[in-house]
Design a protein around this ligand. Structure first.
Ligand SMILES: CC(=O)NCC[C@H](N)C(=O)O
Length: 132
């Protein structure tokens, strides 16, 4: 059994701020924990716009605070995500986040993120390396 707290992660290597300045991710479980997924607390800032496309990962996002407009860029559908809502990117869906307030969510990635990943020009994280 492993116990870990977000308190221990703040300001550490597991506390990642996206280069675009639109989000922060505290990564409490990573690939080297060896359980097949990673678990993050993500904050996305109000008034920002972030387009993402996880070509190599699945992500589940469970909102715990705030409100965010979510657009599925593949279908044109627009959703309003509030606490208790979850969206699952089960088709590697290209999507855009436009938070109306500070938006806080618990995110799960499969395959797991390894540590310091940030988005490339397409909004993707790199695929896991063969030896991961
Ligand atoms: C909602 C979302 O995907 N935001 C980008 C950060 C990502 N959730 C992460 O924690 O790495």
């Amino acid at each position: 059994m492993l116990i870990r707290s977000f308190k221990d992660i703040e300001g550490s290597e597991r506390d990642v701020k996206g280069a675009l300045g639109t989000w922060r991710s505290k990564r409490i479980i990573l690939a080297d924990d060896g359980v097949g997924f990673s678990l993050h607390e993500t904050t996305v800032y109000p008034g920002t716009e972030t387009t993402l496309w996880y070509k190599h990962h699945y992500e589940a996002v469970l909102c715990v605070e705030g409100e965010c407009e979510l657009t599925n860029e593949d279908t044109g559908e627009v959703f309003n995500i509030t606490p208790g809502d979850m969206y699952l990117l089960d088709n590697h869906d290209r999507h855009t986040l436009r938070p109306k307030t500070l938006f806080r969510a618990i995110c799960v990635f499969n395959p797991p993120v390894t540590g310091r990943e940030d988005h490339d020009a397409d909004g993707a994280y790199p695929p896991p390396s063969a030896d991961a």
